[in-house]
Design a protein around this ligand. Structure first.
Ligand SMILES: Cc1cc2nc3c(=O)[nH]c(=O)nc-3n(C[C@H](O)[C@H](O)[C@H](O)COP(=O)(O)O)c2cc1C
Length: 183
């Protein structure tokens, strides 16, 4: 089962990107196959002009199409998710997440917009026909400590949510595999 780590921040370094990688590493340690796609690395003009004939955009769309699960990470920007992520999601076909398990994650400057994932991003993921959108994971930047030598350290309450998210995703993929074998 393959999991796509979709980074939706225009920034680098990126807090949401670091949390995404941390979760991806945890899933890889559980034996899952992961790959990464950062929206900021797509050609800006092709992204903004919705040029789906662009080769890099086509590779990105194929990466989504072939994944069994997608973890979508975004910063909270202006009480919603990042515009560059929306620009990319707009390029997917209407059923572009059909049959997939999706785990939304976000980082924000404070808890004020904790619900941004649920009121802004989640409806879009359902509109794209995701099979299952798991409970989202939100972190404030204060809960993430970065050290060049030791990498990312996350605060205990967030660590518990990450562990639950990893378990949910693993279970959902297990169900997916079972249903496909049974079908
Ligand atoms: C343009 C901009 C808008 C932001 N708007 C919000 C906001 O509305 N609410 C919030 O909690 N944080 C907001 N932030 C803070 C970011 O969500 C936070 O720093 C986040 O961790 C950045 O993630 P990134 O490093 O992956 O881009 C904003 C930051 C920027 C640059």
């Amino acid at each position: 089962m393959s999991i796509l780590l979709l980074g939706g921040s225009p920034a680098t370094p990126s807090s949401s990107g670091r949390l995404l990688q941390h979760i991806g590493d945890r899933l890889a340690a559980h034996g899952h196959r992961t790959s990464s796609l950062r929206v900021r690395e797509l050609p800006a003009q092709a992204l903004m002009l919705a040029d789906v004939d662009d080769a890099a955009i086509q590779r990105a769309l194929a990466a989504v199409a072939t994944a069994h699960a997608v973890i979508i990470a975004t910063p909270v920007y202006k009480a919603a998710y990042a515009g560059v992520l929306k620009a990319f999601l707009d390029l997917l076909p209407q059923n572009g997440l059909s049959g997939k398990v999706v785990l939304p994650i976000a980082t924000g400057g404070s808890q004020s917009h904790l619900l941004a994932l649920d009121y802004a991003l989640r409806p879009v993921l359902h509109a794209l026909d995701a099979r299952q959108v798991l409970p989202s994971i939100f972190a404030t930047t204060h809960q993430l400590q970065w050290n060049e030598d030791h990498g990312l350290t996350i605060a205990p309450p967030l660590a518990a949510r990450v562990a639950a998210g990893v378990a949910h995703l693993s279970e959902a993929l297990q169900d997916h595999r079972y249903n496909n074998i049974a079908a």
